[in-house]
Design a protein around this ligand. Structure first.
Ligand code: PLP
Length: 366
């Protein structure tokens, strides 16, 4: 048997080590994971109650169209229900966009260091990825415009960018949309949008009114704290949403995901609290990094990429021994940086102490 040639070179996704395994291997009683940008405050109590009441319906298929959730979310966002599509995480929306739009040999433009699922899914469909270098950790939208050719189908913009945390502004995105050909689909991945505290963050919903070739991606996995339930969504022009719906599996989101998301959308007080805690966490962590003489990219999500000025692998392993799991830049092509998720204040303080220990242990590298 021969799998299709587009996939033979693809690596199998390597998940970070689970907390339990790290505890066992290193003989630790407490391990704090600041590696996957999960919400340290969990999720809304209302979402937990909704999951519990859904247990009675476990044997029944979910509503494939997620009608009730779609209506509630449309109202919350100020869009029409036919502008929304749900996926098993926004990961699945990325997959469906790729499946719906790419034919072998098509081109797609993305940043050189960004969320890996764009490239992964585009390559499975046989598309050619044009990767445009970041400038100071930020999308270079002008260079991305120049990279568009007649063969380009989709441009991916991750905002804030994972893993660097940097942001492009409304003005920059608008200028990009003005110049981008109208037959190119622009995907604006806003997985961390709800963490935004600046006035410059793009108003994607306003841009959607002018640009039918724009689609926004959002998720319930990050600030909403529902990562295990796998539910995210895209918002775009009804024609685009219809095309993506044509490749969607009939029951791609679960009853639990839909019920929890519905309750979570209605509990914006929880979201507001998490946004404030996160902003305070960023102020604390960046203040500490500055005190330690470490530079970092401006952080606009719930994670910070900091330059530890030493081998990222060494710092990663040192932190692991201290009971902290972070994302090591050695796996992301940032050899002296680490990406750390903003935790609770207590976790952040413990993390800074551990980082100071590790950096002192390693000493100053050339
Ligand atoms: C976490 C993340 C997603 C996807 O999360 P799901 O759990 O699949 O919804 C998408 N884009 C970016 C940039 C992310 O960081």
């Amino acid at each position: 048997m021969q799998p299709k040639k587009n996939i033979v070179h693809l690596p199998v996704y390597q998940p970070g080590k689970p907390i339990e395994e790290v505890k066992r291997e290193l003989g630790l009683t407490e391990v704090i994971k600041l590696a996957s940008n999960e919400n340290p405050f969990g999720c809304s109590e209302k979402a937990k109650e909704a999951i519990a009441s859904e247990i009675a319906n476990t044997s029944l298929y979910p509503d494939g169209g997620a009608v009730e959730l779609t209506a509630a979310l449309a109202e919350h966002l100020g869009v029409e229900p036919n502008q929304i599509i749900f996926g098993a995480g926004s990961d699945e929306v990325i997959l469906m966009i790729s499946r719906a739009y790419f034919e072998a040999g098509d081109e797609t433009v993305m940043a050189s260091h960004t969320f890996p699922q764009y490239k992964h899914n585009a390559e499975i469909e046989g598309a050619v990825c044009i990767e445009v270098p970041l400038q100071d950790g930020t999308h270079d939208l002008e260079a991305m415009l120049e990279a568009i050719t007649e063969r380009t189908k989709v441009v991916w913009i991750c905002n804030p960018n994972n893993p660097t945390g940097t942001m492009v502004t409304h003005e920059q995105i608008e200028a990009f949309m003005k110049k981008a050909p109208s037959n190119v689909l622009v995907v604006l991945d806003e997985a961390y949008a709800e963490y935004n505290t600046t006035s410059e963050y793009p108003d994607g919903f306003r841009l959607l009114k002018t640009y039918p070739n724009l689609i926004l991606l959002r998720t319930f996995s990050k600030i909403y704290g529902l990562a295990s339930l796998r539910i995210g969504y895209g918002v775009g022009h009804p024609d685009v949403i219809r095309s993506i719906n044509q490749v969607r599996e009939p029951f791609n989101t679960s009853r639990f995901g839909q019920a929890a998301a519905l309750a979570a959308v209605k509990d914006q007080a929880f979201i507001d609290r998490c946004r404030e805690e996160n902003a305070a966490g960023i102020r604390y962590l960046t203040g500490e990094f500055a005190r330690m003489g470490l530079s970092y990219y401006p952080a606009h999500g719930n994670f910070i990429m900091v330059d530890v000025k030493r081998s990222a692998a060494d710092v990663f392993n040192g932190l692991l021994r201290q009971g902290f799991i972070v994302r090591g830049g050695h796996q992301l092509d940032f050899p002296t940086k680490i990406r750390v998720t903003v935790g609770s204040q207590e976790q952040n303080e413990k993390f800074i102490r551990a980082l100071e220990n590790v950096l002192a242990e390693i000493g100053v590298e050339a």
